[in-house]
Design a protein around this ligand. Structure first.
Ligand code: 13P
Length: 258
C-alpha cells in the first residue's frame, strides 16, 4: 500500500509554549528514526512559531487546529492560512467536531475554510463524524455523505492530493469509548467508496483517511492494521510524549509488518 501512515496529535486547548518546548524535547528523539510514517503535532496557535523552530532538522510536521476562511481583514480573534504557513504549518484541521458543535462551524463554513487552506498552500485535514444519536438512528452514512458532499463541494480530483480526511465519531472523542475495528473500518471504507464515486477509483485509492476518537497506545495498532485506515488523529493521548511516541511506534510496526 502506498498511502503513508499519518500519526497526528491534536492538543486542543492544551500546553503553553514552554510546555510545548518540554514536550518536543522529550518526544522528538523518541521518533527520530520513524521514517516509515509521518508524525504531525497540532498544538495551539501560540505554540506554533516556537515549535516550528524547535522542529527544524526533525521529520515531525506541524499543523494548526483551525483557520479563518478569509486571508486577512477585520476578523478579531481569527487566524489566516497565510499566518499559519508563515509559522511553519504544513497541515490544518478543518471541521473538527468541537469546531462544529462548540463554535457552530457548519458544512458551508468548513468548505470555505478548506478552500482557504488550499489557497494558502496548507494541507487540510477534513474532519467528519456522526453523533451518538445519529449513529443510533442509523443515520451515519447519511451524515458522513452530507459532510463530504458539502465539505468537498466544487473540488476536482487533483485537489484531493492535498486533502486528508479524518473520521472522528463524535461519541468516541474524549470518552474513552473507541469505535470497534468493525465500526471504524466500515465507516472509513464507506468514505473511500464515496470518494471513488465522487471522483474516481485511483483518487479514492490514494486518499489518506484517518481514524480519531479515544486512540491510545493499546488500541492504535489494531486500528492502523485495518485495510482502509491510514493513520490516527489523537487527542488526549498525544499530550504525553511517551504515549504519543508509543502510538507512532504502533504505526511504524504495522507498516513494517506489511
Ligand atoms: P481523543 O483522542 O481525546 O478522544 O480526541 C480525539 C480528537 O478529537 C482528535 O482530534
Amino acid at each position: 500500500m502506498s498511502r503513508r501512515r499519518l500519526i497526528a496529535g491534536n492538543w486542543k486547548m492544551n500546553k503553553t509554549p514552554q510546555e510545548t518546548a518540554a514536550f518536543v524535547e522529550d518526544f522528538a528523539p523518541r521518533v527520530a528514526s520513524f521514517f516509515e510514517i509521518e508524525v504531525l503535532l497540532i498544538p495551539p496557535y501560540t505554540s506554533l512559531e516556537p515549535a516550528s523552530r524547535q522542529l527544524v532538522g526533525t521529520s515531525i510536521a506541524l499543523g494548526a487546529q483551525d483557520l479563518h476562511s478569509e486571508p486577512s481583514g477585520a476578523y478579531t480573534g481569527a487566524i489566516s492560512a497565510q499566518m499559519l504557513a508563515a509559522c511553519g504549518c504544513r497541515y490544518v484541521l478543518v471541521g473538527h467536531s468541537e469546531r462544529r458543535h462548540v463554535f457552530g462551524d457548519d458544512d458551508a463554513t468548513v468548505r470555505r475554510k478548506l478552500g482557504s487552506a488550499l489557497d494558502g498552500r496548507l494541507l487540510p485535514i477534513l474532519c467528519i463524524g456522526e453523533t451518538i444519536d445519529e449513529r443510533r438512528g442509523g443515520a451515519t452514512p447519511e451524515i458522513l455523505t452530507r459532510q463530504l458532499t458539502v465539505g468537498l463541494d466544487g473540488l476536482d480530483a487533483g485537489a484531493m492530493k492535498s486533502i486528508v480526511v479524518a473520521y472522528e465519531p463524535v461519541w468516541a472523542i474524549g470518552t474513552g469509548e473507541t469505535a470497534t475495528p468493525e465500526q471504524a473500518q466500515e465507516a472509513i471504507a464507506g468514505i473511500r467508496a464515496w470518494l471513488s464515486g465522487r471522483f474516481d477509483e485511483p483518487t479514492a485509492g490514494r486518499a489518506r483517511i484517518l481514524y480519531g476518537g479515544s486512540v491510545k497506545p493499546g488500541n492504535a495498532a489494531e486500528l492502523m492494521r485495518l485495510p482502509d485506515v491510514d493513520g490516527v488523529l489523537v487527542g488526549g493521548a498525544s499530550l504525553d510524549p511517551e504515549a504519543f511516541a508509543a502510538i507512532a511506534q504502533a504505526g511504524r510496526s504495522v507498516v513494517e509488518s506489511e
